[in-house]
Design a protein around this ligand. Structure first.
Ligand code: AMP
Ligand code: GLY
Length: 421
């Protein structure tokens, strides 16, 4: 098969890496890709938000199957455009991707199907939201309704912070995403991510992970897109996973089907777990980044068969073959991230790193200049390893990190600490 993956991050590098291990893959193109992806696949400079441009490319290149990585093209209906043109696509329709693209939509679905989640109120005007925060004491969680690249959530621990957050949202700090605001009850507990595939009818769990959202060791400092992840997440026991499936995921999928907008693709459920009970924090309509990197490290070539079966509605025939293994990914970011950082510094030492079924450095934001890798983003590399234990995987990943010569970069040194403690 000729396969096209849309996206340019570490997530897409890991999807490409797993896909290439599958004998069904004859040709792989990633658009737009990055310098790490270019080492293993062809890259095409396409605008992944432009359905017509991608359709023309797929026709010219006899593409059989398209995997959509990020949420923005899904929310914009690119998967619908491609399916409308007759292509087989992994990824939900714009209507189904509302589960990520609108927090108010997801809350309303949870209400309709009784899925456990934080209590909330939804506001379209500043005055009502202000009145609400003055009558509901902190802590509160203030969320821009729309996609805000992971930045549209403010956890207000004091009443003053809550008022300031509401003002900021309605002042346009998050653009159109903040024109509507959801205010939630603050949930305590430990967070973990649960990944399932859905083909519109069947649901197949494909793994659990935990990421580290804060920039600093010990989970301190500002939130980021994720500084590292590990899989499996021991907090998400089999019993809690079953609860999440029965109380949250199956009812949500059934509700989507009932509304005529069945969900097809990977559904990423962010869960808050306390006293053995999972509650929904959020859904994402795509793989997590960097959670995808640890899932792909563990699934290997079968990941492609699973995604293909999802798109063809054959999930009821599929099983996941799990090894009793663990994977860790450490994010290396440019110093200053998630604030301002410099682009263009040189990264050395990558060429001598092992690249095999247990060790892989996925690129998230790199380019090549005169044969040298250059950092072009905030999160730049995802140093990923697999082992028989979490400790073994972690040691392997940091052994690779220590061989990378990039003075302008940094990483957390404690990925996995909650599970190892
Ligand atoms: P979201 O984009 O909705 O996932 O929110 C980003 C992060 O904010 C989550 O991963 C949680 O760490 C935190 N968060 C969101 N909603 C809540 C809530 N209701 N209670 C506690 N923490 C939350
Ligand atoms: N790592 C969090 C996310 O992908 O949303």
């Amino acid at each position: 098969m000729n396969i096209l993956i849309l996206g340019s991050g570490g997530r897409e590098h890991s999807l490409a890496w797993a896909t290439l291990q599958n004998p069904k893959c004859d040709k792989l193109i990633v658009a737009p890709g990055n310098a790490g992806i270019a080492k293993i696949a062809d890259c095409a400079d396409l605008d992944i938000m432009n359905g017509a441009e991608i359709i023309a490319f797929c026709e010219e290149n006899s593409i059989d199957f398209i995997i959509v990585g990020p949420e923005a093209p899904l929310a914009a209906g690119v998967a619908d455009d491609l399916r409308g043109a007759g292509f087989l696509v992994f990824g939900p329709s714009a209507a189904a991707a509302q589960l990520e693209a609108s927090k108010a939509f997801t809350k309303e679905i949870c209400d309709a199907c009784n899925a456990p989640t934080a209590g909330y109120a939804h506001f379209t005007n500043h005055e009502d939201a202000c009145a609400y925060v003055t009558t509901h004491p902190a802590p509160l969680v203030i969320k821009a309704d729309g996609l805000a690249a992971g930045k549209g959530v403010i956890i207000a621990m004091t009443d003053e912070e809550a008022s300031a957050a509401v003002d900021e949202m309605f002042d346009g700090a998050f653009g159109a995403a903040g024109a509507e605001v959801v205010i939630e009850e603050f949930m305590e507990g430990e967070e973990a991510s649960f990944f399932v595939l859905c083909d519109g009818e069947n649901i197949l769990p494909i793994g659990t992970a935990q990421d580290h959202k804060r920039v600093g060791d010990g989970d301190t400092g500002p939130n980021t897109g994720g500084m590292g992840a590990y899989s499996p997440a021991p907090i998400l026991t089999e019993e809690i996973a079953q609860k999440a499936l029965n109380e949250i995921i199956r009812p949500t999928m059934a509700e989507m089907t009932k509304r005529g907008t069945p969900y097809q693709g990977v559904l990423y459920a962010g869960l808050m777990i306390k006293d053995g009970q999972p509650r929904l924090v959020e859904f994402n309509a795509r793989f997590g980044d960097p959670e995808c990197q640890v899932l792909m490290m563990r699934l290997g070539a079968q990941a492609f068969d699973l995604m293909h079966a999802t798109a063809e509605g054959r999930l009821s025939d599929m099983r996941v073959n799990w090894a009793e293994d663990h994977a860790v990914t450490v994010v290396m970011a440019a110093k200053g991230y998630p604030g301002t950082y410099q682009k263009g510094s040189e990264i050395r030492g990558l060429d001598t790193l092992p690249e095999d079924s247990k060790n892989m450095t996925f690129h998230a934001g790199t380019s090549v200049s005169d044969g040298t890798f250059i950092a072009t983003g905030g999160r730049v590399l995802n140093v990923t390893a697999r082992g028989n234990s979490l400790m073994e995987a972690k040691d392997r990943a940091y052994a690779m990190v220590d061989q990378i010569n990039w003075p302008e970069g940094f990483c957390r040194r404690d990925i996995g600490w909650r599970a190892l403690d």
